[in-house]
Design a protein around this ligand. Structure first.
Ligand code: NCD
Length: 360
């Protein structure tokens, strides 16, 4: 199935040159935002946030307003017709027909792709459950290129909830595409990266290791990417409580880090970075959030100027097979055509990337 638009559902749907162009434009905008003040005059952006957000939603809205455009949308589905039981297809089809571009965040994995199947304007995935968050990765990459001067030859530590952290998944998928990046995955056994992300690391040939302590590795890192334990993705509060205070970056740990290591965090922070670290010049997370607005300005300009079609579902529809991921959008929105990539016994859901053995 194809879409009549160029969407941003997964960064890896686009070539690396496309990302680089957006980052380069984001960098120019950050240096001189006023030059772009009328780039989107008369355009409307819809923001549909089915899940809480501060930075992503507001930076998108500020980005469009700074470009001269206007915004519509909701940030609380309870005050829209979603509360009356409207399905995702109807809501997104209608709202997309009112707007020139639509940004959507949703708690279920694969929701952005599902919306793009019937949308009437380009869609940007602003986070689909624990799956992906491509515009956070553009933010992270603009920060790296501004603050480290490169996207390759980096030793990147990612710490915290690597299982449910969608920013981590998108970042690994992107940074494995640049030469000589090494990944140090710091998590408990329970919160390791999903197997499909590990397969991407292996297939890319990137060096990576999985460790459980920050202290043991902090000295060799160029980047430390801290993340919040994603409470809302846990099935029980007990499981969350067992994970919540395992990692905390503090001044003592920062003493062991390189002088030019930078600390990133997509935010919001809970307890995983001590407030004292904010005063360390290597703490880059507030600046990173600001870069997010500039890179989203670049993304909106680029997408509004792009024309073309894109493939959404290229795999096979197999009767009798349903995705085994309970958080996949195909369970809630049952009208969606189920579609799988893969040969032989191993299938991969085209919405959420979950892998499982085919039913015979
Ligand atoms: C992240 C998200 O929503 O995935 N936040 C963000 O977009 N800046 C990270 C998080 O919620 O922990």
């Amino acid at each position: 199935m194809v879409s009549n638009y160029i969407n941003l559902i997964d960064l890896n749907d686009h070539p690396v040159e496309w990302w680089n162009k957006i980052i380069a434009l984001g960098s120019k905008i950050a240096d001189n935002p006023n030059e772009y003040a009328h780039k989107c005059d008369g355009k409307i952006m819809a923001t549909l946030f089915y899940e809480p957000s501060t930075r992503t939603q507001m930076s998108f809205q500020a980005a469009m307003l700074r470009l001269g455009g206007t915004i519509i949308g909701f940030d609380n589905p309870a005050t829209s017709s979603v509360a009356k039981g409207e399905n995702l297809k109807d809501t997104t089809k209608i709202v997309s027909s009112y707007a020139d571009i639509m940004v959507m965040r949703h708690p279920l994995e694969g929701s952005a792709k599902a919306a793009a199947l019937t949308a009437e304007c380009p869609i940007i995935n602003a986070g689909d459950g624990g799956h992906l968050h491509p515009t956070q990765t553009l933010t992270d990459m603009l920060t790296l290129s501004k603050e480290k001067g490169r996207l390759n030859n980096l030793t990147i530590g990612l710490c915290g909830d690597l299982k449910n952290g969608r920013t981590v998944h998108s970042m690994i998928k992107a940074l494995t595409c640049y030469k000589n990046n090494k990944f140090v995955l710091i998590s408990t056994n329970e919160l390791k990266v999903p197997s499909y992300i590990k397969d991407i690391l292996i297939a890319s040939g990137s060096e990576f290791e999985e460790v459980t302590s920050i202290e043991e590795v902090i000295g060799k890192l160029d980047i430390l990417y801290m993340t919040r334990i994603q409470r809302e993705r846990f099935t029980s509060n007990e499981e969350y409580l067992a994970q919540k205070d395992v990692y905390r970056l503090d001044h003592a740990k920062m003493l062991k880090a390189k002088k030019d290591m930078i600390v990133l965090h997509p935010l919001p922070r809970v307890d995983e970075i001590d407030i004292d670290v904010d005063n360390d010049p290597r703490a880059m997370y507030f600046k990173q959030a600001k870069y997010g607005m500039y890179v989203r300005m670049a993304l909106i300009i680029t997408m509004l100027e792009s024309q073309g079609v894109s493939n959404l579902l290229v795999g096979r529809t197999l009767t009798g097979n349903v995705c085994t991921n309970p958080n996949c959008i195909t369970h809630k929105e049952q009208y969606l055509p189920k579609s799988f990539r893969g040969n032989g016994d191993m299938l991969e859901c085209e919405y959420c990337d979950e892998r499982y053995l085919q039913k015979m």
